[in-house]
Design a protein around this ligand. Structure first.
Ligand code: GLC
Length: 489
């Protein structure tokens, strides 16, 4: 038997502490799955103002109080605290960086929640966080076999370790996972001077004349992964969504796309604590009970035989929200109801609010992040929309399959790997897909779903078959294990 590895998984958001995106779900489910394999994995995140110490049982660690963290010429004090996250089988320790200036005084993760503006000092905030990870290892005298970083907010860690503390971290290897290349941590070039890294390597972090955190992580990591095989193919071959990083990615030998998995308790309609009506053999009674809850919540009439379409999303161009807005008038001519839960750009909120006013009986929206409602919507929906322009993974496609809602998705990124188009004759496939980013194509795919819904027996056959598949990390976690083993050999 191989010796278990020590791994530090660093991330900017994680369930149950804080979540605005899918990365928080993965940062929860993945370490638990790795722990299940026997590795000593711990998680590290910053403590934003919205995280309650009391509710999350965050407590002090004597040795990690009042650590001076120098970010370039700036220096401030951090106290690293401890908590844990668990599912009914497994528990993982979490280190939490607290600091007033960069984190506690700000409620949002990346942006001011009231104005929607990204914080102007995000470069300093996350460089500070990255340094706190390094300092924690130094003080604990714990140099994990692997430090696994996620997205730009953690991207300075490999460079800090390798360039500033090469001796201490000589046996540590670095994995960097790309969850979304939309945000690469781009700042004015002068931002590099604040990082405290030697000026001689500045170009490793400069891309198109800007500071680019992700570019540096690609350079200093030992292995880079992304969250689906198809997205991996897209970002190595198409500059469209990579802001010019495709060339670097396509030349990398240590790069792989591995589809995300989900936690088998947290997102499981048979066990989900957030669901009043759990799934227990009878599909329709489970679905109808959850559906009527959702409809009431959104002030829509409970109507038998009318399919409920749902979407839970960041209100962002990438998610295909323009396509939905464009298609709504035509869609509303069908016998459907549609609920949307989302948060994001004010202009989208305005447009959606107006549409909800025009189609009061059929279309309703709710704004904000609401984890409980998200679970209940997945359980109550018949059809789930993911018409993304591009999508690295698309966890909601997995959730809708697991919760018995048929996904309608555009064939892009992870959605391509998760959803196979249904053949209405042979009853193969698990959802409806369309190729072109056009509202006629989206409407056609939704139309096919509405028609299939008229045949209760076929609908139940497909959804129940979908619900019986394993969407957890189990089938794929060994791919990460292989990577960890390969780089630590
Ligand atoms: C990002 C991606 C999304 C993915 C998630 C988790 O939010 O946009 O596609 O599912 O990260 O990896």
């Amino acid at each position: 038997m191989l010796k278990p590895l020590s791994i530090l998984f660093v991330t900017s958001e994680v369930i149950p502490f804080v979540k605005v995106g899918g990365i928080a779900d993965v940062s929860y489910s993945f370490p638990l799955a790795v722990r299940d394999m026997g590795h000593d994995i711990r998680v590290m995140i910053p403590k934003y103002g919205c995280i309650s110490e009391r509710k999350n049982r965050i407590h002090d660690i004597n040795r990690l109080r009042d650590i001076t963290i120098a970010v370039g010429k700036l220096s401030d004090v951090a106290t690293v605290k401890s908590s844990s996250m668990n599912n009914p089988r497994t528990k993982v320790q979490a280190y939490i960086t607290t600091n007033n200036k960069y984190f506690d005084s700000k409620k949002g993760i990346y942006e001011n929640m009231n104005t929607g503006e990204t914080y102007p000092d995000n470069d300093e905030r996350f460089a500070f966080f990255c340094r706190s990870v390094i300092e924690t290892c130094l003080i604990l005298n714990w140099f994990p076999d692997v430090i696994h970083c996620n997205d730009w907010q953690t991207a300075m860690i490999p460079a800090y370790a390798k360039l500033l503390f090469p001796e201490q971290f000589k046996n540590t290897r670095f994995v960097f996972t790309i969850h979304n290349l939309n945000d690469q941590g781009e700042f004015p070039a002068s931002s590099f001077d604040k990082t405290g890294l030697p000026a001689s390597i500045k170009n490793d972090f400069i891309h198109k004349k800007n500071m680019n955190f992700v570019k540096g992580a690609l350079k200093y990591s030992d292995y880079v992964t992304t969250v689906s095989p198809s997205y991996a193919k897209e970002i190595t071959s198409d500059e469209k969504y990579t802001n010019g990083l495709s060339e670097i990615l396509s030349k990398m030998k240590n790069f792989k796309g591995i589809l995300n998995g989900i936690d088998p308790w947290y997102w499981n309609p048979r066990k989900d604590k957030l669901l009043k009506n759990k799934y227990d053999k009878d599909f329709w009674s489970y679905k109808e009970a959850n559906k009527s809850f959702v409809l009431k919540k959104f002030n829509l009439e409970v109507k038998e035989g009318t399919p409920l379409i749902a979407m839970i999303t960041r209100l962002d161009k990438q998610k295909g929200i323009d396509l939905v807005i464009e298609s709504l008038e035509t869609l509303m001519k069908e016998d459907v109801q549609f609920v949307l839960l989302g948060e994001g750009k004010p202009e989208y909120k305005q447009k959606l609010t107006n549409l909800a006013k025009s189609y009061k009986e059929k279309f309703a929206v709710s704004f904000g992040f609401n984890e409980e409602l998200a679970h209940r919507i997945e359980a109550g929906a018949d059809i789930y929309l993911l018409p993304s322009e591009h999508e690295p993974c698309g966890l909601n496609a997995l959730y809708s399959l697991a919760y018995g809602a048929i996904p309608v998705v555009r064939e892009t990124g992870g959605l391509k790997d998760i959803v196979t188009d249904i053949d209405e004759e042979k009853l193969t496939g698990n959802g409806f897909t369309f190729k072109n980013y056009k509202s006629v194509d989206l409407l056609k795919a939704i139309g096919r779903a509405i028609r299939l819904y008229q045949n209760k027996e076929n609908w139940e056959g497909i959804t129940v078959r979908n619900m019986e598949q394993d969407y957890s990390w189990k089938p794929r976690i060994s791919e990460y294990d292989d990577i960890y083993r390969l780089i630590t050999k």
